[in-house]
Design a protein around this ligand. Sequence first.
Ligand code: SF4
Length: 305
Amino acid sequence: MDFGKNAVSSLSPVVHSCVTVNNDHRGPGELESSVQQEQLRVYYTTLLDAWGQPYWWPARTRFEVIVGAYLTQNTAWTNVERALRQLHLRRVLNVAGIRRVPLAELEKAIHSAGYFRQKAQRLKAFVAFLDEHYAGSLSRMFAQPTEKLREELLALNGIGPETADSILLYAGQHPVFVVDAYTRRILDRHQLLPDKASYDEARALCESALNAEARLHTRAGENPDPATHTSSPHPSPALPHAPGRARPHGACHLPSPMSLAKRTPLAQIYNNMHGLIVGVGKHYCLKTRPRCDECPLQKFLPGVK
Ligand code: SF4
């Protein structure tokens, strides 16, 4: 399968045909963008119908999400799980615990996650930030406007856009889409956005596409939340491991307290899409030798009839 690097400005055959028949008054750039957004919306409903609710992120508390977001940098989630277990066993997987635990013990507890010295310092720095600006209260912190808090998080050592957005979306239920390496790979291979596009470009494309999906839900009076989820435009039950449905892969897991947290329909759709993309990336869209023949998105791959 050719995933040509000349995909930067060349849209897929599907996109070209759509552009040709569209005779509205938008410019070429806007048309390309709207077609890309429509394609992403179709990917979302396709994956959701195939696998159901992903129930991402696996955590019991907001703070556990935050710690997981730090620890998962440059390592596999299985290593993060071992570190989280150690923190839990030591009863320090909370703000007060990270504040009081000696640095050396924290390093030991998170050793399995790699870069443990750096990550231990960063966790301590996060709690210091929380103490200084929000009196140690996650509720106060997450009550801030999204963009303000995003800027504050990005100013912290060790927090890049993906980590900041993971914290905002999965711990704080703020409506921001998390762009990870899997998202970029899929966008690039499907010629929707080149892999050299900036994080913010990828985020803007995904958010625009999913905002339209959320508007459809709102108009239809639906709420795509874990308890009542239906995928637009053809509602269907989407519980994990539902009979007749392919067993969820990758990011899907049993519902966790945080995956069931109350959130807006838009935040829920961002949450779902990221979880589904993790499933595609982990099991099909591998860095080398992608398993396109088994992937639910194969029919959308440019050049595939
Ligand atoms: S594995 Fe799936 S998402 Fe990746 S390129 Fe192939 S069809 Fe697309």
